[in-house]
Write a protein that binds this ligand. Structure first.
Ligand SMILES: NC(=O)c1ccc[n+]([C@@H]2O[C@H](COP(=O)([O-])OP(=O)(O)OC[C@H]3O[C@@H](n4cnc5c(N)ncnc54)[C@H](O)[C@@H]3O)[C@@H](O)[C@H]2O)c1
Length: 415
């Protein structure tokens, strides 16, 4: 296997840290860049990771012990940050995770929406121009989201273009997208900007549309059959930064722990929408990324990848988490049905995204949602117990409405 020089933008994040860990363990040389904004924003809004994660300095030291790693604290939206890093480090691949990634955060209000637009779109534009002006052969691996497509009533292609016929005439056009939050729209804009740059200048780009990720660990975090706490990645369980499976697993664990302590049964919340998405485990996300890095696009310089494993609906996920607690802890987690869904989204809809590229590259998915639940819930209870109980007022509690004047109101609670 080729030894590569890889820059990871957003290396301190939920995905960036485990990917960095994987790459250095494989013998690649990695430069991580991060401005620590996710740590800052989550702590400002009172939703820090429920796993205590090491300080950036301690992480840096640990990664240096494990492999060829260096770290730069910097904001990639600033002029010359990426460009001078490329000139110094000379990467062959740049993985770009460094964006504001919480849809609910972007829907909080004007300032958060504008920050998300600026941070995400400008960061990607800086990356495009930095690569163009230094080494246009660099492979850009850009993380976008399946949420860019929305939920159309046709199969979602895994390609940049689709044939559109209108009034009898046809042409190849970029795949239509209709995102469901300001955050998701930033990813649509990024994808268009990257496609345009690839066409203008032949830049080599993998544009990944990834579904929501779940999971608390990867194999690289395990030493002597035990998770090494100094290698844990962040685990977000608030409604702003938590992705649905992680958030519901944490809320259900909190409900159980709180019951043991106080006999009070906290409910899990149900949005009343059988919203379908394509999900992927943290382990499989890292495996897929590794494979895409090792196999850059060849025939076509702009490659679109739909990165997910299983299509699941949100009600099914909630039910399976409840089943898990009944079977393993003899505890039924109550459900609070919301009066109104805080999000504007379809329920009970058609959803058939194509995904064959990862399978054709030989990626074998390690986990299904159900097979991952045991590790997730064990880890959440072991590593997150103190913070779950301390922060029980916001763990998994819906707060942000897409609709004007939405507020948390409960229709009924099922015990
Ligand atoms: N977690 C998921 O379920 C998921 C699903 C699909 C796509 N994604 C995308 O994958 C990427 C990584 O997601 P994550 O879950 O690890 O999020 P994260 O917030 O944990 O990580 C993103 C990292 O980028 C950093 N960052 C943000 N803006 C920056 C800037 N201007 N300069 C430097 N660093 C900056 C943050 O501090 C953070 O450490 C994001 O782009 C996200 O949109 C995530």
């Amino acid at each position: 296997m080729d030894k590569r020089r890889i820059m990871v933008l957003g290396s301190d994040g939920y995905l960036g840290f485990p990917l960095t860990l994987r790459l250095i363990k494989r013998g690649h040389t990695v430069l991580g860049i991060d401005n620590l904004s996710t740590r800052r924003i989550t702590s400002k809004i009172g939703e820090e990771s429920i796993f205590p994660i090491p300080s950036p300095l301690a992480r840096d030291k640990k990664l240096k012990e494990l492999g060829d790693f260096s770290f730069k604290r910097a904001d990639i939206t600033k002029e010359n940050v990426i460009k001078s890093a490329i000139e110094e480090f000379k990467p062959d691949t740049i993985v770009h995770f460094a964006e504001q990634r919480a849809a609910p955060y972007s829907m909080r209000g004007e300032e958060e929406a504008i920050y998300t637009m600026q941070n995400n779109i400008i960061g990607t534009m800086r990356l495009i121009y930095a690569v163009l002006s230094t080494d246009p052969d660099i492979h850009i691996v850009k993380m976008g989201t399946m949420g860019e497509y929305g939920t159309p009533n046709y199969q979602i292609p895994e390609s940049a273009y689709i044939e559109i016929t209108y009034k009898g005439r046809s042409d190849l056009m970029p795949v239509p997208k209709y995102a469901g939050s300001w955050y998701h729209w930033t990813k649509v804009h990024d994808s268009h900007n990257l496609l345009y740059a690839a066409n203008l200048w032949g830049l080599k780009i993998t544009d990944i549309n990834q579904g929501p990720v779940y999971g608390s660990r990867t194999f690289d975090m395990i030493l002597d059959n035990e998770v090494d706490k100094s290698l844990l990645t962040r685990y977000d369980a608030g409604e702003t930064f938590g992705t649905i499976i992680n958030l519901l697993a944490a809320r259900a664990s909190l409900s159980y722990l709180n019951y043991l302590k106080t006999k009070e049964k906290l409910p899990i919340y149900e949005r009343n929408a059988r919203t379908k998405r394509g999900y992927i485990s943290l382990q499989d996300s890292i495996n897929s990324l590794e494979s895409l890095i090792n196999n850059p696009p060849n025939e076509n310089n702009f490659r679109v990848v739909n990165q997910f494993h299983e299509v699941l609906d949100s009600t099914y996920i909630r039910q399976k988490i409840q089943d898990f607690f009944i079977q393993n802890y003899d505890y039924r987690v109550p459900v609070a049905y919301l009066k109104e869904n805080p999000r504007v989204e379809k329920s009970d809809h058609y959803y058939e995204p194509e995904n064959s590229i990862l399978k054709n590259l030989g990626v074998k998915f390690e986990y299904t949602f159900e097979s991952a639940l045991k590790d997730i819930i064990n880890d959440v209870i072991r590593f997150g117990e103190n913070r779950l109980l301390k922060y029980k007022d916001w763990i998994g509690v819906p707060k942000t409405g897409w609709r004007k004047n939405w507020k948390l109101e409960i229709e009924k609670i099922e015990y």
